[in-house]
Design a protein around this ligand. Structure first.
Ligand SMILES: [Zn+2]
Ligand SMILES: [Zn+2]
Length: 338
């Protein structure tokens, strides 16, 4: 399914095409794709808010098996099951790469954005940017772990949460429902407070079922201050609210590739004494590193995280993306490729 030019998602912009099977370069592997998750970032690419290198095969939550090996590829054997995430490559030489921050590399390339991704029967990737997938997940269950799961894991790492502390989660969806499970597993003494939009009863119940210690709405004052928080929303108000209920020295991490313009006025409510002073920090999370994916996948298997998925055929990609844009998908949407 190829994106040739940006267009509104309700115009069915992806076209089914027969392309030649790509050939792996020396350090690459050819992956026969079996499942690929769909993501809000793809809506941004399709509608032009995030520039992709057109024409492009989208898809950055790719599960498949190694079908052939480049001349110098030695990490996997034929038929090994692998996953490919948003990070497709980085230069490995710059100061960012050398310090483990390859997600910030100036030559960072995104799967399904700068290089063809997984909305296809085959794709190629450098073997270093493909990861073994734990046996306990089937292909469709594993796909969403590669984006919502791995980036949620990175966001949690960036909060510096310590056991015994209080973590706040603003917005509760694909990523946050995985983060709460990681936090509770790694830091059994921590408390997690979840803030949703007004009236999101099903999300609040979901959070409570997954062990949230307190559930409320953005704007509520929780029973104790937060030592750190992650904002998963596209809006600004939750950021301001998170800073308001943040403990001294705490950190708020924004897990979003872009923010909506429409409620930017909320930022005018930022007051230095109540939102920022006393060493409060605001940080964003961008992309992921190989290390994030490599650490998160076995952890997800250990915790028994099983994402809820709704499957579509590859040919239904336009329909699946439209449903995603309308908030009509239960759990994570995954394309099954046969
Ligand atoms: Zn994604
Ligand atoms: Zn680099």
């Amino acid at each position: 399914m190829v994106l040739y030019k940006t267009a509104p998602v309700d115009e069915a912009p992806l076209q089914l095409k027969d392309l030649p099977i790509p050939q792996p370069g020396p350090k690459q592997v050819l992956v026969k794709v079996s499942a690929c998750g769909i993501c809000h970032t793809e809506l941004d690419e399709i509608e032009g808010r995030l520039p992709a290198k057109l024409p492009i095969v989208l898809g950055h939550q790719v599960i498949g098996s190694v079908d052939s090996l480049g001349a110098k590829a030695a990490k996997f054997k034929l038929s090994d099951r692998v996953g490919i995430a948003w990070i497709n490559s980085a230069c490995r030489k710059c100061l960012f790469c050398q310090s483990g921050n390859e997600n910030l590399c100036p030559e960072f390339k995104g799967t399904g954005c700068d290089a063809n991704g997984g909305y296809a029967q085959y794709t190629v990737v450098c073997e270093d940017f493909a990861y073994p997938i734990p046996d306990r997940f089937n292909d469709c269950q594993a796909a969403p772990l590669l984006c919502a799961g791995a980036i949620g894991y990175r966001a949690l790492r960036l909060t510096n949460l310590q056991d015994g502390q209080i973590l706040g989660l603003f917005g509760f969806g694909a990523s946050a429902h995985i983060v709460i499970q990681i936090a509770k597993h790694k830091f059994p003494g921590c408390k997690v407070f979840v803030f949703t939009r007004a009236g999101q009863k099903t999300h609040q119940d979901w959070a409570a079922n997954l062990g949230a210690d307190w559930v409320g709405e953005t704007g509520d004052t929780p029973p104790a201050k937060l030592n750190c928080a992650i904002d998963f929303t596209p809006a600004w108000k939750p950021v301001v609210e998170a800073l308001r209920v943040l403990e001294k020295g705490g950190r708020v991490v924004i897990n979003a590739i872009r923010k909506e313009e429409k409620d930017k006025d909320s930022l005018l409510e930022l007051s230095y004494p109540s939102h920022l002073w006393l060493e409060k920090e605001l940080k964003t999370v961008a992309n992921i590193t190989r290390c994030d994916a490599e650490e998160f996948l076995p952890l997800a298997a250990e915790i028994l995280i099983v994402p809820q998925v709704q499957e579509f055929a590859l040919e239904q990609a336009n329909e699946a993306l439209l449903k995603l844009s309308q908030g009509k998908i239960q759990g994570a949407g995954v394309l099954r490729i046969s």
